[in-house]
Design a protein around this ligand. Sequence first.
Ligand SMILES: Cc1ncc(COP(=O)(O)O)c(C=O)c1O
Length: 364
Amino acid sequence: MDTRLSEGRWLRIPGPTPLHPQVVKALGHEMVPHRGELIMGMMERIQVTARKVHGTESGEVLLWAGTGTAGFEASIVNLCNPGDKVVVTCCGDFGDRYAATAEKLGLDVKRVNVPWGTAVSPEELDAAIGEHGDVVAVMITHNETSTGVTQDVAALAKVAKSHGALVCVDAVSSAAALPINMDENDLDWVLSGAQKAWMCPPGLMISALSERAIARSKETTGYPRFIWDAPTMVDASRSRVHPTTPPETHLFAFDAALQAMEEEGIDQLFARHKRLGEFFRAGLKDIGIELVADEAVRSNSVTAFKAPNGSAGAFRDKVREQWGIELAVGQAQWADSVMRVGTMGWTYEPELQATLEAIEAAAK
Ligand SMILES: Cc1ncc(COP(=O)(O)O)c(C=O)c1O
């Protein structure tokens, strides 16, 4: 076994990301009674810090066993009825997936498609909602992991709200890396997965719901729901008594990650990600690598760039074999031509510097 690859710090793909050392320790926690005091106290603590990370005072943060994609389905079956009109911003592979989920569930979906590497503008969203008419919800990818683009969630949400629509946000690669400002931006359902900037293993889906979303989920009855029933989970969250056996190991890990974030400071956490994103992009620029996202919308948690020497797969393999660093290739139509690097979670300058040096050497 190549021990260099077992070093999480060299995992530079945009999720799963390296686990925080306190998370690694928490993963070894013995099982405890799932309705006992230890779990209840932990749920209480998790709620406090997870709210801060989402930028909400009173939004309810719900935790399901599942991955980010489950959040697409959960948001839809709780906020919509079959046949409802929704608009989805599609600036990459994950926007397409949210739209595909909505279509599969029988919603009347209007996709706002823009070229990869760009973001949907407020004007484009406004026109799409106007054309579609009576839109119940707008789905926005905050940070498009396939292209390294951060969309202006504040401006897009404002447009959606001006049409009276609910706002669902895919924050899978932004939560705990970029400010979401849920209350300030009046967002209704913010979903993410634990394996990215939350510094935890995959398997936990996090959803923060506004009071409006909770009220809507009590009114909508168009989809049969059991596991994804938000009202049940809100009651569970408030009483700290989970309706099923909760994924205890994931909760221990998530709690440890949140405590690490408290120790760092939430503002400092966001400032570090900004610093790291800028550091990595500047480094690529210095070695003459071409970024694929438009300059104004470049993400601080994921950077996507043209594969040096043509083939993305060959470049990834070379960097892995010679430097022990794991890069990601692009997705869908960018699978062969684009590379992606995560600059989120348990990450600092030294490993990004080492990654830049490997990229520079491999590109020669
Ligand atoms: C922006 C975004 N949305 C959704 C997903 C899907 O999440 P999961 O793979 O946890 O289902 C991902 C995964 O990379 C993502 O980056």
